[in-house]
Design a protein around this ligand. Sequence first.
Ligand SMILES: *[C@@H]1O[C@H](CO)[C@@H](O)[C@H](O)[C@H]1NC(C)=O
Length: 308
Amino acid sequence: MALYHRQLPMKLLLVALGAVLLSSGAPVLAAPLPPIGGNGDPHMTGLQGEKFDWHGYPGESFCMISDSNIQINTHLIGQDGVTYFDAFALLYKIGDSVHEVSFQLNQDVPSDDDANFGIELDGRPLAPDAFTGRSACDNFGPLRVFASPDAGIELSMAEENGFAVVLVVEGLANMTITTDNHDLPTGKHLDWAINWIHATSEVHGVLGQTFQPSRADVIAAAMKVNGPQMQAAEVVEGSDDEYRTSSLLAPDCARSRFGTNPDSPTERVGHVATLRRLLSFVEGTNVFPITIKNAGCASGASAACNFA
Ligand SMILES: *[C@@H]1O[C@H](CO)[C@@H](O)[C@H](O)[C@H]1NC(C)=O
């Protein structure tokens, strides 16, 4: 079976144009992120540029994306019906090993401080001085890099400050996490965007369900009628509680797909080479691989993911 491609060439063109403008232009700190993810109050942007505000509730963690080999949870803070992300966790499976990386925003330091994010990999704190590698410029300028080949992960932080981190899990995902400020009450929150993710057609979670090909068709039809701004209830199945996890690092939301096994026995119908690994899929199931690109961002007060 083929990879699932978005059939939106015009949009891809616009994204490409946006990238060109970004790289030729202007200052980087406030650059709008290319797409799919979540940001303040949380403004969510899905695969096709559909936008919806999803609030959850403060003090709890929720599964944003949940698939057999990858799950993204976020923790919310806020008050007066306004919520923001202040922590982000990625759980992922490589072979039989489960790894977890988390980012906790530190409200006590300025956004550009090295300690902006408290980062942990498999339960161990990663201090800024662990970022000893170097990599070429991207939108955030030169990057310093921490890599753990054992855990299949590479983290890159803006060289001059701690406000942005690019997170790449080999063969599974590439995400950008940044920081923004909000008022009422004054504080900072984190925004996250998906550069690419390899998932399956059964992916779920508050945002992840928008990637399911069947859901994407429904959303596309609704957008044709009403445009990209949607109500959360039109996009997110069920209640907020079905997405709540018992902690930032727990995969246990009711809609969780993490740890399910689309690649059991031996027969493979479709497979996708994700760098070195193969995801394989069992005959007789309807699960197939999909690749999401620039598919979603989630941000705070500034609705930063305005690429559409
Ligand atoms: C991850 O995405 C960023 C932003 O699009 C890009 O600059 C970087 O090259 C990507 N890295 C990999 C390994 O895909």
